[in-house]
Design a protein around this ligand. Structure first.
Ligand SMILES: *Cc1c(COP(=O)(O)O)cnc(C)c1O
Length: 456
């Protein structure tokens, strides 16, 4: 008998609730602070940017948040996503480990991002919003929000990091196909963009700058709100359908993971996979090792400081406590554009401090080596961001081989790389380099962190 390769759940098994890790944490998340007063902010302070339903999801301690039926209806387009056993990769690695991956590249835009874009568009529409602004790095988030916007009849305006705008023209075309407007950032359309361009006309942009531009536009108009593709707790919350499905699928496979691996940009796909497993552990279930993989050229979790910082470069956002490289830090233009953010989700940072997760950082060439090996074994070509998770999982499997141990590894294959072929072409042409960030710039960005007096 041949052994199963993928584990598929029926549409009726799409989770009915999102899982909120905050309900099970031994210590609550530090509060979000107002930059002027240094005092915790309330829901009303965020109302110019987000609809109240999402603000409440941001702060609630309830364990389960109901997924509205119209959102589940859209989820049915690609969910439940498949869970694969990487049998050919295991063979290629000659490892006694069992490697599983949850594949989120089956969504319309090719990544996990629609899992949150759809509910964000839904709750904005419910609140009477007409227009959404946002930022995007590689374009995965921008195209996902563009898709969700067109489903719910919302106008979408995307500020795309300049270096990615130039590297990934097809992502821009996809956003336009869904009816969104895409603007390279820094742009001349906002004060924050103009200020950056005045300093450096050929600035490559960064997620921090693009966020400032999108927030600025949203704050100016009553009919316009802002949407963020990662970092915030409600975004991580929406992604937990990934881990909930994975728990059911691992049960079908008759296994339970010893190790979970995910790549971390702002932390949302990682959270989506691991939070439901960590929740089970915190409620007395089986312990699981959890590894976050980040780019060595933008290493917020491994090299950043755990401190209060702005979410954006223009300092328009409240202060959140997170692992940060400093909001003025501009990472080099490596290909995993979705991982080029100066900070890490407050929830991920918090559980790192609590010792619930580990973090490692890899340079991009080794990640592409891993991604190509994966593609040659499994057929699926991962996004450059996802290659970090693939690399992390392969390293764990190699460790199993060296130690002669058979562990169960599960990672999140958060997106395909079909729009990232230029990166693969550069890799095969030997043109990829392991770019280093500027140590002096990092020191300066860290020295510039806002000083905040924390209540004990
Ligand atoms: C956006 C993106 C990321 C990074 O964002 P997270 O919030 O850390 O998940 C990673 N992989 C893919 C494919 C993405 O589109």
């Amino acid at each position: 008998m041949s052994e199963p390769v993928k584990y598929i759940l029926d549409e009726s098994r799409i989770p009915k609730t999102w899982y909120n890790l905050q309900a099970d944490l031994p210590k609550p998340l530090p509060p979000v602070l107002h930059p002027g007063t240094g005092k915790p902010i309330g829901p009303d302070d965020l109302a110019p940017l987000f609809p109240m339903a999402l603000i409440m999801q941001e702060v609630t301690a309830e364990r389960e948040i109901e997924i509205p039926e119209p959102v589940r209806d859209v989820y049915r387009q690609w969910r439940p996503s498949p869970l694969y056993r990487a049998r050919r990769l295991e063979k290629a690695l000659q490892t006694p480990a069992k490697i599983y991956y949850k594949y989120e590249g089956v969504s319309p835009s090719g990544s996990h991002k629609p899992n949150t874009a759809v509910p964000q568009a839904f709750f904005n529409k419910e609140a009477g919003v007409k227009r959404l602004t946002t930022e995007t790095g590689a374009g995965q988030w921008g195209s996902s929000l563009a898709f969700a916007g067109t489903l719910f009849g919302l106008e979408v305006q995307v500020f795309m990091v300049r270096v990615s705008y130039d590297q990934k023209p097809y992502r821009r075309a996809l956003m336009e196909t869904y009816g969104a407007k895409c603007i390279p950032s820094p742009s001349n359309e906002t004060q924050s963009g103009k200020a950056i361009l005045a300093q450096r006309a050929d600035h490559p942009g960064s997620l921090g700058i693009a966020i400032s531009e999108a927030v600025e536009v949203a704050a100016q108009r009553d009919d316009t709100k802002y949407a963020l593709g990662s970092v915030l707790s409600h975004v991580l919350l929406h992604q937990t359908i990934v881990g909930q499905e994975a728990i059911a699928q691992m049960e079908m496979a008759g296994d339970y993971p010893d190790v979970l691996v995910g790549c971390t940009g702002g932390g949302s796909n990682f959270a989506g996979l691991v939070f439901p497993f960590l929740g089970a552990q915190l409620r007395g279930g089986k312990k699981v090792r959890v590894v976050a993989v980040e780019p060595a050229a933008c290493p917020s979790l491994t090299r950043g400081k755990y401190a209060y910082d702005f979410g954006d470069t223009g300092h328009l956002t409240p202060l959140v406590k997170m692992h940060t490289l400093g909001s003025t830090f501009t990472p080099p233009g490596f290909h995993a554009g979705g991982l080029r953010y100066h900070g890490m989700a407050p929830l991920i940072s918090h559980i790192k401090e609590l010792g619930l997760i580990e973090a490692v950082a890899y340079h991009q060439i080794k990640c592409f080596d891993a991604g190509v090996m994966f593609a040659r074994a499994e057929g699926i070509l991962p996004a450059p961001e996802a290659n970090h998770a693939v690399k992390g999982a392969i390293d764990e499997a190699v460790k199993c081989r060296e130690e002669g141990k058979s562990r169960v590894i599960l990672f999140n294959l958060c997106g395909h790389g079909h729009f990232d072929m230029q990166a693969y072409m550069d890799y095969f042409a030997g043109k990829l380099t392991d770019q280093e960030y500027d140590e002096k710039e990092l020191a300066m960005a860290l020295a510039g962190l806002p000083s905040v007096k924390e209540a004990a």
